[in-house]
Structures are given as structure tokens and as C-alpha cells.
Design a protein around this ligand. Structure first.
Ligand code: TRP
Length: 454
């Protein structure tokens, strides 16, 4: 019941606003928290290389494909498929995206909450004078609690809901434009401090010298999952954002800039984290807590560390916020356009529902930490299932849809702005979404989850 079909929809105001908002979605905890810990668990350099390969060959084309679907249909993730493929089961891809949004935001808000706790600790000068062991211990004590992590999670979801509640253009676009450049600047400063620590070479070697003996199918699947997660693809976020892009904005150029910004931020985050990991003798495979243990260690060592710690955790929280907003927007656009709810009601129901699921993710570091299913906690499953299962399947369906179903003429018209843009690479794009990307995703996925065994 897409009753808002003819009502004016909110939209982004300018191309730079679109790029800021989409980069705001892409750049987040995925770059600064998730990338280093997943790379660390998977041996570093070789993982980075495969990750970069996926960004180019799959990430960028899928991003462009998603934006194309959204802007063509001018609807939410599920409504877009219904409109472009009436009476066909493609809408299930949109539905899967809604489910993925719940899972992702549930565990993402746990970590986003941690950033607020760390911001408060930074303000209270809580890291100063602590040894690296003490910092690790205080992190573990905090995350295994219940009250504080839950409180921060709820506060974070409230902030997310508040921004989505106020609409697309004014909140997301405006703040993203101011905050993203500052975040970049701060990461550069932190990176410089990190690489000039004594013993930094170990970290740089770990990140940039590939050890190919570390590569297995699960590692390759982790790289694909991380690429999809970091670019915000495979779930409908970029379909939704694409539906807010004005018709004269160039989609290929937007996709390219967002991909480049996101990749740069991931690499910088790696260069910021790993030298410090090695300088402070922390295990790079430390896991979920990696940045929360390593970064305070840098702050303690650095001139002006008190000041930078506050700035950094502020910006980390903001980076997370521009991402959580983009995930919640998927759910809210769906609820309001397809289920006939007001935007306000959709926001409240969506945020509360996600927070309830999120409580389980947060508690799986504390009271529910013994609740292990096949070697993973609930948090571990939310993270793994969304990034390594739902996003790859979503990305696969999206490229198949654009490559084979949507119709070449429609795809070309949307990508070239009805012929007014020259897109020389269009045949390459088509070839990738038709064959290369689907085959690559399917093979990596099936091998990675151990279905295909030769
Ligand atoms: N890309 C974001 C990050 O790296 C997280 C995110 C936002 C996301 N929207 C998404 C991940 C959609 C997957 C799908 O922090």
C-alpha cells in the first residue's frame, strides 16, 4: 500500500550533501571498530588485500546498483522492488533488508553505546596514569556489566531516533557535511601519533605485508562481509538514500567518492590502530574490544592526550550516529510508506523494537556471555549473520536484479541521467553486475560458510 506515492518526499539538497550523508552512513564503527578487529583476527595484510579487491570489484558496483534502484523507484527498500518488479517475489530482498537492519542496529548500538561511555571517561580523565593492562581490565569490567552498557545503548538509540524523527534533509545532511571532514582530520592526527610510537613497524608490517598462508575461505568471506558492511551495501540503506537523490545528480560519481572516502578511512584506522597494538603488546586478535583498549593507550602517551581523547570519542560517536541513522531510516521509510504509518509513529516503533533486540546483544558480554550457540554469543551471531550472510545475499540479489531484471535501458537511463551524462564505463558495470559480482559473491559465500567442499 504505497500510499505516499504521489506525496512529495523529502530529499537531499545538494550533491555534496548526498556524498556527506552517504559517506556518513558508510564511515562509522565499521571502519574504526570493526575493520581493525576483523583484520586483526584474520592475519592482517593478506586480509587487507582481499578486502580492497572486494571493494573495487563488488563494493563499488553494488553501491551504484543500489543507488540506481532507489532513485529509479523513488521509494523505500521494499517498495522499490515492488514498484520495479510488480507481482514478483523481488520484494523479499527488501524484506530481508528490514530484518538485517534490525540485527545490525541491535549490535551496532551496543558498540555505539560504548563510545559514549568512553567519551564520558575521557572527559573525567579516566585513562590517565593507567597501564596498558589496567586499561584492558577496566574495559572488560565495563563491557561485562549490565546497567551502564544498557543505559548508553538506550541513550544512543534515542539520539538516533531523534534525528530520524526530524527528517532527512535538515538533520543528516547538515551535520554530516560539518562532521565528516573533522573526523578525517582527527584520524590523521591520531595516525601520525600512532606510527611515531616506538615499535610501530611491527604494526605496519602486520597490516601491509601479506602472509598468504593465512588465507582460507572463511577469511575470504570475512573480507567480503567487511567490505559490504563498511560500504553500507546489501541491506537497502543505499536504495533508501538513493530514493532521496535528486534526478540531476551523477550517481557513478557519488558512488565513487563515497567508496573512496570509506576505504581511505578504513586504511587510516588500520594505520592508527596496529602500530599501537604492537607498541603496547596487545594481541591483534583481541576481538570486539580492540580499539577500546588500544586507543586509550595512545591517549595516555600523547601530548594533549586528554584533549584528543575527548575529541576522538566525540567524533567516533558522531561517526556511529550518522551510520545508525542510515540504518534506522531504512526501517522508518518502510514502515511509513508501506505500512501506512506516520513517520513519527514509524520512528518510535522502529527504535523501540530495535532497542529491545539490542538489549540481548549488549547483555551477551555480561549476564548472557555463557549463552553460546555453536561457539558464538548472541552478539557474535548478530554480527556474523548480518555481515557474512544477509549482506552478501542481499548484495547478490541486488546485482542480479539490476543486471538481469530491471532492464538495461532503465538501468542505463538512471545511471546516465536519461542520457545527459556520459558514462564510458557502463558496459564494464553491466558486465560486473551481470556476471563477475554474482559469481564472486556466490562462490565466496558458499565456500565461506562451508557449503561447497571440493
Ligand atoms: N557502514 C556503516 C559502518 O561502517 C554501518 C552501516 C550503516 C551499515 N548502514 C549500513 C552496514 C547498511 C550494513 C548495511 O559503520
Amino acid at each position: 500500500m504505497a500510499m505516499l506515492n504521489n506525496a512529495p518526499r523529502d530529499s537531499f539538497g545538494s550533491k555534496i550533501g548526498v556524498i556527506a550523508a552517504a559517506a556518513g552512513s558508510a564511515v562509522g564503527l565499521g571502519n574504526i571498530w570493526r575493520f581493525p578487529y576483523v583484520a586483526g583476527e584474520n592475519g592482517g595484510g593478506a586480509f587487507l588485500l582481499i578486502y580492497l579487491g572486494f571493494i573495487l570489484a563488488i563494493g563499488f558496483p553494488v553501491m551504484l546498483a543500489e543507488l540506481t534502484i532507489g532513485r529509479r523507484a523513488q521509494l523505500n527498500a521494499l517498495g522499490s522492488f515492488k514498484k520495479l518488479a510488480p507481482g514478483k517475489p523481488w520484494y523479499l530482498v527488501g524484506l530481508m533488508g528490514i530484518v538485517a537492519a534490525f540485527l545490525i542496529l541491535a549490535f551496532y548500538s551496543t558498540i555505539a553505546g560504548w563510545t559514549l561511555e568512553y567519551l564520558v571517561q575521557a572527559i573525567g580523565n579516566g585513562f590517565s596514569g593507567k597501564s596498558s593492562d589496567a586499561l584492558k581490565e577496566s574495559f572488560e569490567t565495563f563491557q561485562s556489566g549490565s546497567f551502564r552498557p544498557l543505559l548508553w545503548q538506550v541513550i544512543f538509540m534515542f539520539m538516533t531516533g531523534y534525528i530520524v524523527y526530524s527528517g532527512v534533509k535538515k538533520g543528516i545532511e547538515k551535520y554530516a557535511k560539518i562532521l565528516m571532514p573533522i573526523l578525517l582530520l582527527l584520524i590523521i592526527v591520531m595516525t601520525i601519533r600512532s606510527v611515531t610510537l616506538p615499535g610501530a613497524e611491527g604494526g605496519l608490517n602486520f597490516l601491509f605485508k601479506p602472509d598468504f598462508s593465512k588465507i582460507t575461505w572463511p577469511v575470504i568471506l570475512d573480507a567480503l562481509g567487511q567490505a559490504a558492511f563498511s560500504l553500507s551495501i546489501g541491506m537497502g540503506t543505499l536504495i533508501t538514500y538513493g530514493s532521496y537523490i535528486q534526478k540531476d545528480n551523477p550517481l557513478p560519481n557519488i558512488a565513487l567518492q563515497v567508496t573512496a572516502a570509506d576505504t581511505l578511512m578504513a586504511i587510516l584506522a588500520g594505520v592508527m590502530i596496529f602500530p599501537a597494538v604492537f607498541a603496547f603488546n596487545i594481541d591483534p586478535a583481541e576481538g570486539f574490544g580492540l580499539v577500546f583498549i588500544v586507543l586509550p593507550n595512545i591517549f595516555v602517551q600523547m601530548a594533549g592526550g586528554y584533549f584528543f581523547a575527548i575529541l576522538f570519542f566525540t567524533l567516533l560517536a558522531i561517526a556511529a550516529l550518522t551510520s545508525t541513522v542510515s540504518v534506522l531510516e531504512v526501517v522508518v521509510a518502510y514502515f511509513s510508506e508501506e505500512l501506512n504509518m506516520s513517520r513519527n509513529k514509524a520512528t518510535i516503533i522502529g527504535s523501540v523494537g530495535i532497542t529491545i533486540v539490542g538489549v540481548f546483544a549488549t547483555l551477551s558480554f555480561g549476564p548472557l556471555s555463557d549463552f553460546i550457540i555453536f561457539g558464538k554469543t548472541l552478539f557474535g551471531w548478530f554480527d556474523y549473520l548480518s555481515a557474512n550472510v544477509l549482506l552478501p545475499i542481499g548484495a547478490l540479489m541486488i546485482v542480479l536484479f539490476v543486471g538481469w531484471f530491471m532492464g538495461k535501458a532503465h538501468v542505463k537511463a538512471e545511471i546516465t541521467n536519461e542520457g545527459s551524462l556520459k558514462v564510458k564505463m557502463f558496459p564494464v558495470f553491466l558486465w560486473i553486475v551481470r556476471l563477475l559480482a554474482p559469481i564472486a559473491i556466490a562462490v565466496v559465500f558458499l565456500y565461506g560458510i562451508n557449503v561447497l567442499k571440493f
